[in-house]
Design a protein around this ligand. Structure first.
Ligand code: FE2
Ligand code: FE2
Ligand code: FE2
Ligand code: FE2
Length: 428
């Protein structure tokens, strides 16, 4: 019956919208984690930008774009070198290392279904009213109003967390605001600050979303999307995770692709193989919270440093649990460093106690880590990596998984990896 079909497809679209929003929220969390910001920066900026936008009379479409732009505005910063840490915020803005981030952010976000406009807002969030901003040196009213709003809310959120004392805050902030933003936007902002409780409280909760009408705004989302938005979104997510570290570029995408291929070889049906692939895309999400000083350390790690590394599967799984449609992937991710003989981490699970998906991830993860280049060595050839995996079959790896893996030729894996990396170069 057509009517039923319409209802079902309406339901599915509703589901997709919810899933999409959940994943983007998780991605915003990852960005905050990578930046070492207080874990609400993306949310704070998104919510306050929407609030200010509403205050200024922007319509639902503009508010929706502003909301996603706010959540993701710092996505282009994830791969920044250590030199950008420990900078005074007001100087940090002009640090040459960070200058590319609005453009990188736009490239990443525009890759997500329906977020092209949000990408444009991100591009211009460091433009300055007096024309001294970047990347396009736009001036005055040539700067999109949404970017002005986002830039102001961003500046205020960061400065507000640095200077707790109100008079120091306004002393440092006033000249910056005058230089960077339109007198109009500043005036609205001040008025809003005086009137609105939500913004003053600087905290995020479900009520706030509803109050701001985010869900209503969301209804416009995804209606015209033809692509497999779920996969594209998760691949973008994987790309952001890998950007944390130059030597992991493409790692999560390759692990996802190879895990899926191994699962199919083992006779899993398409949907199960896709679940394992998705877990592969996100398995190292928790790594973005580890300092580059530890990730880049050439010498042996101290116990504390090693402890930080060992915490990453737990952090990845905690993150996945925040996303309803991915929460059943959390155990797969949690156990990707368990060993078949029970000497792995974090829970020392053994053999069949380890979810099968995690046992598949473990082989794909090792293979990619061994065959890709690192700071201190070149990637190993396929043959050597295989020998190593065979050597530890039954100790580190499930022999059944190893058997299936060995049936896939080195040439096939090379092509698989090439394809996975291509989708990552689409973004940068
Ligand atoms: Fe920024
Ligand atoms: Fe920011
Ligand atoms: Fe890992
Ligand atoms: Fe990994």
């Amino acid at each position: 019956m057509p009517r039923n079909n319409a209802l079902i497809s309406q339901f599915i679209r509703g589901e997709e919208r919810r899933q999409f929003k959940d994943i983007i929220k998780a991605l915003a969390l990852v960005i905050d984690l990578a930046e070492g910001y207080d874990a609400q920066h993306g949310y704070n900026v998104a919510l306050s930008s929407v609030q200010l936008g509403k205050f200024m009379g922007l319509g639902p479409d503009k508010l929706r774009n502003l909301f996603y732009a706010g959540l993701l505005h710092d996505v282009g910063e994830v791969g920044f070198p250590k030199e950008t840490e420990d900078y005074d915020y007001f100087e940090w803005q002009d640090n040459p290392y960070i200058r590319p981030h609005p453009l990188i952010g736009e490239a990443i976000v525009s890759h997500l279904p329906t977020l092209k406009k949000a990408g444009e807002i991100i591009r211009s969030h460091h433009e300055s009213w007096d024309g001294s901003g970047y990347p396009d040196r736009l001036k005055a009213d040539n700067i999109p109003i949404e970017s002005q709003i986002l830039g102001l809310c961003d500046t205020f959120d960061v400065a507000g967390s640095v200077y707790a004392d109100k008079s120091t805050l306004s002393q440092r902030l006033s000249p910056v605001l005058r230089k960077r933003f339109s007198p109009d936007v500043i005036q609205y902002f001040k008025k809003m600050l005086a009137e609105a409780e939500l913004w003053g409280a600087r905290n995020f909760n479900q009520m706030a979303w509803q109050e701001l009408g985010i869900d209503a705004v969301d209804l416009a989302l995804l209606l015209d999307v033809e692509v497999d938005y779920f996969k594209v979104t998760l691949k973008t997510f994987a790309h952001v995770i890998d950007a944390k570290h130059q030597y992991t570029k493409g790692h999560s995408l390759r692990v996802g692709a190879l895990s899926r291929r191994i699962a199919l070889e083992m006779g899993f049906v398409e949907e199960e193989a896709s679940t394992i692939e998705r877990a592969g895309f996100l398995h190292d999400a928790g790594k973005v919270g580890i300092s580059r000083c530890i990730l880049d350390k050439p010498g042996p790690l101290t116990d504390i440093e090693y402890g930080r590394i060992k915490a990453h599967p737990g952090m990845s799984s905690a993150l996945l649990k925040t996303v309803q449609c991915l929460s059943d992937h959390a155990p797969l991710v949690r156990h990707h460093h368990e060993r078949f003989d029970g000497f792995g981490y974090p829970d020392k699970l053994k053999a069949e106690e380890i979810p099968i998906g995690s046992r598949v991830l473990a082989v794909a993860d090792t293979y990619d880590a061994m065959t890709s280049d690192r700071a201190y060595r070149q990637g190993l050839p396929d043959k050597v990596a295989r020998e190593e995996i065979i050597k530890y079959s039954g100790k580190m790896y499930d022999p059944d998984v190893v058997e299936a893996f060995l049936k896939i030729s080195g040439e096939e894996i090379r092509l698989l990896f090439k394809e996975a990396e291509q989708s990552s170069s689409l973004i940068y």
